[in-house]
Design a binder for this molecule. Structure first.
Ligand code: HEC
Ligand code: HEC
Ligand code: HEC
Length: 471
């Protein structure tokens, strides 16, 4: 039905002549509605929309600015437009781009496109994905933006060497014999389409993920380097900096709704929940949770976190003039995050014992305090809750002090060594680039803009209330 409308629109847009040019590609064939629908789900699993949609742009028309250490690149138009998109890609060419990182003209894609993870997707899934992109997505005639990378880094041939060194040859995922089928499904989702390691696994000297699955050793999902000034913490089972104290149900609910009693999603993960994981089936979310809980802790676990009431007592006594950051905390933060660092369940995340607060790299903390954040609404938790940004109202020193304070209070045992200079650097790199459409105003308070897309949003509209159509 939807597909028929699409084809009619196509005819109107391009005329019969253009359509006949498409003969030979799948556009000219009769699509299988079930396959298209399955492909829409696989696209959710791969979060294709998050990268291939510019801020407030049309879904899948590309143009999202992605900054890399060597320059800026832009995601491409993957709508089935025959001139500007991938309308002329055959299935084989599409599969080659998605799983192997080689585009139609034979050159290698920048690995900002997570093909090292996608390489293990099954052909069954990429066939469905192809059917969806050819028949379930509306073509958009929007030209790609050229990368802004200067010579010699702009040459693409070195990328093919990178690809040969670091990206596995496409091979349908097969679990180790004897693996519980639910854990195996979880592994497939995490290491394949879900590309969780793209953010959660540390990168090596050439920006490659140090491990693409658990067989790659303890680096796998052990916590990544900052992306857009957000640090993705460890997803291993360490009780302090990882998911050791999270139950399977915690992980399930976090990925579905973005908020649980002891944590709230923020930064880059907000996009992941808002655009991708909230749409996963319950079975798939449980499979992911079970798989993550099966990973041993890394580093070998230290004594687990225990709450220490000293901080709360000191703050309550009013006697904290000699503790740097405590004064700012009481004036600016305690109203939401409370004196005991416990926050308010499902609204204001706790800071006491929160892995993201004690994770080695404090970049995210500085960033969320300087620029604020919005807990994105999801279909399962439709209200948006905001944290103000403090870059205008607090000095770099005050922000450094309050970061060090929360990293070392309530039993949190992280290094409290953030300096005013560290803060100034992060603060002045500007607000994080986010494709989801929430950003801050100059007053420091956030305005929530719930409508990240223009027209052209073609899939699962019935499940989109809450994020895309929230008013
Ligand atoms: C993390 C960001 C990211 C995600 C997620 C992502 N892509 Fe990409 N993709 C890119 C970027 C960036 C490029 C362009 C790279 C370049 O110019 O070398 C690209 C290129 C492509 C191309 C080549 C297109 C062309 O114009 O030649 C295809 C096809 C593609 N992506 C499909 C997908 C599909 C399908 C998904 C979801 C399963 C997906 N991408 C998910 C970032 C992403
Ligand atoms: C675009 C980068 C990115 C991708 C891709 C990504 N994450 Fe995250 N993730 C983050 C960031 C940044 C945080 C820290 C912010 C937060 O806790 O919300 C995080 C936090 C989390 C947390 C909470 C950890 C804690 O200790 O608070 C879980 C669980 C999680 N991610 C699971 C996943 C899973 C499962 C996937 C793959 C389906 C995934 N992430 C993909 C960036 C990412
Ligand atoms: C108006 C209530 C409010 C105030 C005031 C506030 N926060 Fe927050 N804070 C939030 C909300 C809501 C989030 C979740 C934001 C998101 O999802 O992007 C959050 C998130 C955080 C996080 C990330 C933790 C996580 O797991 O999501 C840190 C760290 C943090 N706040 C520290 C502070 C500090 C330090 C101050 C004072 C300088 C402060 N906050 C003031 C509401 C508040």
């Amino acid at each position: 039905m939807m597909v028929n409308i699409m084809i009619n629109r196509l005819k109107v847009t391009f005329g019969a002549a253009a359509l006949s040019l498409l003969a030979g590609t799948a556009l000219a064939q009769t699509p299988d509605a079930e396959l298209v629908q399955k492909g829409a789900y696989v696209a959710r699993l791969g979060d294709c929309v998050a990268c291939h949609t510019a801020l407030h742009g049309t879904a899948y028309a590309g143009g999202l600015e992605i900054k890399s250490p060597i320059g800026t690149i832009y995601s491409t138009n993957i709508t089935p437009d025959p001139t500007y998109g991938i309308g002329r890609y055959t299935y084989e060419e599409f599969d080659e781009a998605v799983r192997h990182g080689i585009r139609k003209d034979g050159s290698t894609l920048y690995p900002a496109m997570p093909y090292p993870s996608f390489s293990r997707m099954t052909k069954e899934d990429t066939r469905a994905l192809y059917a969806y992109f050819m028949h379930g997505v509306q073509p958009v005639a929007q030209p790609d933006k050229q990368p802004e990378i200067s010579w010699p880094m702009s040459m693409r041939w070195p990328l093919s060497i990178w690809r040969m060194m670091f990206s596995p040859s496409p091979k349908d995922f097969t679990p180790a014999p004897g693996t519980d089928p639910e854990v195996a499904r979880g592994e497939y989702l995490v290491t394949g389409a879900g590309h969780c390691g793209a953010c959660h696994t540390p990168r090596g000297f050439a920006m490659q993920e140090k491990a693409l699955d658990a067989s790659g050793g303890p680096d796998f999902l052990a916590g990544g380097a900052p992306i857009d000034n957000w640090v993705a913490p460890s997803l291993r089972n360490d009780p302090n900096v990882g998911l050791g104290r999270w139950s399977e149900d915690d992980i399930y609910l976090f990925l579905k709704s973005g908020r649980i009693d002891h944590s709230a999603v923020f930064g880059g993960m907000g996009d992941v929940v808002a655009w991708s994981t909230q749409y996963f089936t319950d079975d798939d979310l449980h499979a992911i949770a079970k798989y993550l809980k099966s990973l041993p802790p890394v580093p070998p676990s230290q004594a687990p976190y225990t709450y220490d009431a000293t901080t709360a007592n000191t703050l309550a006594s009013g006697n904290f003039a000699n503790i740097p950051g405590a004064d700012t905390y009481v004036k600016e933060c305690a109203i939401c995050h409370r004196n005991d660092g416990g926050g308010v369940p499902r609204m204001f995340p706790p800071l006491a014992g929160n892995p993201v607060v004690v994770t080695d790299d404090p970049t995210s903390l500085v960033n969320v305090i300087a620029h604020g954040g919005v807990l994105p609404p999801s279909n399962w938790a439709p209200s948006a809750v905001a944290m103000p940004g403090y870059s205008k109202t607090l000095s770099a020193q005050q922000i450094a002090d309050v970061v060090n304070f929360i990293r070392t209070s309530w039993g949190n045992k992280a290094q409290g060594t953030v300096s005013a200079a560290d803060v100034a650097k992060l603060r002045d790199t500007g607000a994080p680039v986010s494709s989801a459409g929430w950003n801050s105003t100059s007053s420091g308070w956030l305005v929530f803009q719930p409508q990240p897309y223009g027209h052209g949003w073609t899939f699962a509209p019935q499940t989109h209330t809450g994020v895309d159509n929230a008013q």
